[in-house]
Write a protein that binds this ligand. Structure first.
Ligand SMILES: Nc1nc2c(ncn2[C@@H]2O[C@H](COP(=O)(O)OP(=O)(O)OP(=O)(O)O)[C@@H](O)[C@H]2O)c(=O)[nH]1
Ligand SMILES: [Mg+2]
Length: 727
């Protein structure tokens, strides 16, 4: 294709593209515009023989396939109103089956947007027949366990699972008898497909169909499939603005601690960028520890995760006994007010009081110390909501007083921010591609060649220098980290025996503790009770002193948001190989290449942001992982102890083990963490070095001396879009 043809084509299009840039565009508008520009460029590109054409086209294709999701985790004890709340936030009554008459959600449920059609969809991942066969054997093993230290929670869960599936009294049968049952064959056939999809555009039909897979009901045993379900994902139509880039996760407040204890679930927690703690307003302020559930997952959400925000949500605000409240709060309400008005005054009064109380409790809680961003004013937000009143308009509260619309703004704003990030990433990558196109087709003459050699040498030198500087900044961090870790090791060695005793041989008289201890040994050091009220984790406890010593510094180098002046991300941001006082100012070749390299740098840094977050989770959790590994054989030995006095023997075995391996174990944990940090440094340096070298090669290698396409106008357009985004 001749340059003439390209030029004419663009001139025809330029009028339409320029005019609409004048008025401010929404993020969506900017994205569409940028995509349109890139589509036009691609159309021309495929018809040319421009240098590195395939590389450029594949870069554009890659840009079109980027997606990003943020996870919001919804926590709370059973029956506090999580599922109802989610349905209200999504504006669809009973979308998530909620419990009454002893029913509750039994599986972790993910909710996303259906972006393709108007159906409600549930994708249900099931166990395979082999997996279920194995699980069933385990369940029957638990049921037949009549020993002293049987795990009661596990026993109860086994009963629940078997009766839910096979009907009342099925737990009284033997496995062989059960296998004779016709339900058994039915379930076998049912499990032959690994996945089940339910789809309906009528929401109540959908909810009914879906209920039998996620609800656990004690009222009518048999015919409930939740024990067979691995995971459920709901896809909800018409909620682009709310959930396009968001996943809401409804975490059941009780249920299968097997699943809750497993690693997959913890990795889900590590993905949460914010959490909602749901608590019945009656308990929110009176409960000794409304943060209990959060306390259990604090490491996964904090330093091992990326949680930036907590919404504490007091539910069921409509549920109030007004006369009793008036008395206890010593309210004076005019007698002329109707009963409904009096009730409303009470509700709103209690709402305000709850907000203040929850905030006070938070200020004094351990949790605040654990989150690096907790000092941020927006870290904790308290909502007082009523899901019921939101749907029942005749109730006393108006829609805004139910606070559901206000809460809904939270995912909406998050969604919008992600949209903006994606748009900005797209525009930046587009600029990179266009400046590459420009720089590979420069006129070839002697002077250009000379400049190119000069530029090339200069950039290579700059790269070496910049990498060295980055290296030494990382080494400073390494040295500091090592210092804090060493202090942590000393403290751990000193205190670990006492810490172990506090967990596995508590002084308080706790009935049934032998069962808990046995369960803890069987489960690699961790015990998690069915209703989330007891959690014992010896590995965490052993890692505690190391964690406490590095905590503050770790938050400085890996803050969840913002800058600290010392963060790893800021060291990366300082990296650049383009210096403003480079050779040959004004030369067009230098201009294009610099532009290209600059955008490559920006985009590499954006990519590395994600890498840093992922790796920091691994770096932090390496302490716990090392301890788990070092302790595992002792847990096995302790679990195998039998006979009279087994609890005492187990306790002694573990305490002796900790005492024996303490030096080795904590030093290993320290080395492991430092090694992971060093690996992160190498990964970052390699990514920058490789990415920039490749790009330099591309833009500085052979160039064609025929100008096939000129995208300078498109570059200008993208620059204007980028400007709009930064405003
Ligand atoms: N009065 C009143 N009751 C509510 C409200 N929200 C939920 N409930 C009731 O509280 C009970 C429990 O609600 P769910 O939404 O199932 O609770 P959950 O937190 O999902 O419970 P699990 O699934 O067991 O973890 C149900 O009977 C609901 O009808 C509310 O705003 N007002
Ligand atoms: Mg629920």
């Amino acid at each position: 294709m001749s340059s003439q043809g390209t030029k004419r084509k663009r001139d025809q299009e330029s009028s339409d593209s320029d005019s609409s840039i004048e008025s401010p565009l929404t993020d969506m508008g900017i994205m569409l515009k940028a995509k349109k520009i890139m589509k036009r460029v691609t159309d021309i590109l495929v018809r040319t023989d421009i240098m590195h054409k395939d590389i450029i086209i594949s870069k554009i294709e890659k840009m079109n396939n980027v997606s990003k999701k943020a996870t919001i985790g919804i926590f709370g004890k059973s029956g506090e109103g999580k599922s109802s709340l989610l349905s209200a936030v999504l504006g669809t009554r009973d979308l998530l089956p909620s419990g009454c008459f002893g029913a509750c959600t039994a599986v972790v449920t993910q909710v996303e947007a259906n972006l393709t059609d108007s159906n409600y969809i549930a994708e249900i991942e099931l166990y395979s027949n082999e997996e279920w066969e194995k699980e069933l054997k385990d369940l029957f093993r638990v049921l037949s366990d009549e020993s002293e230290d049987r795990d009661d929670d596990m026993f109860q869960i086994a009963v629940e699972k078997i009766t839910a599936l096979y009907g009342a009294d099925a737990d009284k049968k033997t496995l062989e008898e059960l296998q004779e049952d016709e339900r058994f064959a039915e379930i076998e056939t049912f499990l032959s497909c690994n996945k089940k999809t339910i789809s309906n555009n009528d929401v109540s039909k959908f909810s009914n169909d879906v209920a039998s897979y996620i609800i656990h009901s004690e009222a009518s045993p048999g015919g409930w499939y939740w024990p067979l379900v691995k995971s459920v994902t709901f896809k909800v139509p018409d909620c682009h603005n709310l959930l396009e880039h968001i996943v809401l996760v409804d975490i059941p407040g009780s249920g299968d601690c097997n699943k809750l204890r497993d690693d997959k679930w913890k990795s889900k927690l590590r993905e949460c960028s914010s959490v909602w703690i749901v608590s019945d307003i009656k308990r929110a302020t009176t409960d000794k520890d409304p943060w209990g559930i959060l306390n259990l997952c604090i490491e996964e959400l904090g330093p091992e995760g990326e949680c930036k925000r907590i919404n504490f949500i007091c539910t069921k605000t409509d549920d109030i006994n007004a006369p009793a409240y008036i008395r206890s709060a010593r309210l004076t309400i005019s007698e002329d007010k109707s009963l409904n008005d009096q009730k409303k005054v009470c509700i709103l009064h209690r709402n305000e009081l709850s907000k203040t109380r929850v905030k006070e409790k938070f200020e004094n809680s351990e949790i605040k110390k654990r989150f690096s961003t907790a000092t941020d004013d927006n870290f904790l937000n308290v909502f007082t909501v009523s899901s019921n009143a939101f749907f029942e308009h005749n109730l006393i509260l108006g829609p805004s007083e139910t606070e559901i619309p206000k809460l809904r703004d939270d995912p909406r704003i998050l969604n919008k921010n992600i949209n903006r990030e994606l748009t900005s990433d797209y525009v930046n990558e587009a600029r990179e591609v266009l400046s590459l196109i420009q720089s590979v087709q420069l006129d070839r003459d002697k002077k250009t060649e000379e400049t190119k050699v000069k530029v090339c040498m200069e950039l290579e030198n700059n790269l070496k220098k910049a990498l060295n500087e980055l290296d030494s900044r990382f080494d400073t961090i390494y040295t500091n980290l090592e210092k804090f870790l060493s202090k942590g090791v000393d403290e751990s060695v000193q205190l670990c025996v006492a810490s172990t005793k506090a967990i596995i041989a508590p002084n308080i008289d706790r009935r049934g503790f032998h069962k808990i201890l046995q369960a803890l040994c069987k489960n690699g050091g961790c015990y998690w009770s069915k209703n989330w009220d007891v959690i014992l984790d010896l590995n965490r406890q052993l890692g505690k002193h190391l964690h406490e010593n590095i905590y503050e510094y770790f938050n400085l180098i890996f803050p969840v948001t913002g800058t600290t002046g010392k963060s790893v991300q800021e060291q990366i941001d300082k990296f650049s190989i383009i210096q403003s006082d480079s050779a040959s100012p004004g030369s067009p070749i230098l201009h294009h290449i610099q532009n290209f390299i600059k955008t490559v740098e920006t985009n590499l840094k954006t990519l590395l942001k994600r890498v840093v977050v992922d790796r920091k989770k691994k770096i932090y959790s390496s302490i716990q992982t090392t301890i788990e590994k070092e302790m595992s054989s002792y847990y096995e030995q302790a679990a195998a102890v039998t006979g009279i006095g087994s609890m005492k023997k187990r306790q002694e075995l573990l305490i002796t083990a900790v005492d024996e391996i303490k030096h080795d174990m904590f030093n290993k944990a320290k080395i492991e963490m430092l090694t992971s940090f060093k690996n992160l440094k190498l990964e970052i340096k390699n990514a920058l070095e490789f990415g920039l070298n490749e790009s330099m090669k591309l833009s500085l290698s052979e160039t064609s001396n025929v100008k096939m396409m000129d995208v300078s106008r498109e570059i200008e357009q993208l620059e204007r879009l980028a400007e709009q985004l930064s405003n």
